[in-house]
Design a protein around this ligand. Sequence first.
Ligand code: IMP
Ligand code: MG
Length: 184
Amino acid sequence: MMEEIRKDIDKIIVSTEDITKKVGEISQKLIADYKEKDVTIVAILNGSLVFLSDLIRQMPFSMRLDTIGADTYGSQTFPRAETRLLNSLKLDIQDRDVLIIDDIIDTGKTLKKVIEDVNRYKPRSLKTCVLLNRSRRRQVELEPDYCGFQIGDEFVVGYGLDFNNRYRNLPYIATLKAECYSKR
Ligand code: IMP
Ligand code: MG
């Protein structure tokens, strides 16, 4: 079965070109800050996958990569009351410089939960990097250290972000047509 997904798009919020440019800018900052630190990147799965892979390929220095799975949304467009972490770190990060990467910070609960988990292992430093920031919906006091774009209230998909585990493979950030939210 092949189902074309672009027909479900309502509006493109951030174009592929703008994402590419922004990823370049963020990676320049990360290069300046981390080139001699042998950083450990902790990516929050699954949403950060596409951003992560573009970003780290712009960073030509020694680093390690670990992942933490977070289950925030289930199959809804409203976040769960409580974010569940699906696993913890595999690498030893004690006295290491750690950078957490996620697709978007919304209420902030996911990032906060991951920060708490990572801090248990006593990193030397801990910073956060997200592509999208929806600061108006924040429920905890937390601002990312590196951030791509501020976005508004609408739920978005693409470039790693999903609705019902679909649309992650779109090469831009977009909103869906209203009727798509009732699809399975
Ligand atoms: P928070 O815990 O409310 O900050 O939500 C962050 C997590 O929810 C991210 O890791 C995303 O995976 C997911 N998320 C938040 N907003 C959106 C959205 O508009 N589209 C898709 N996923 C989202
Ligand atoms: Mg996520």
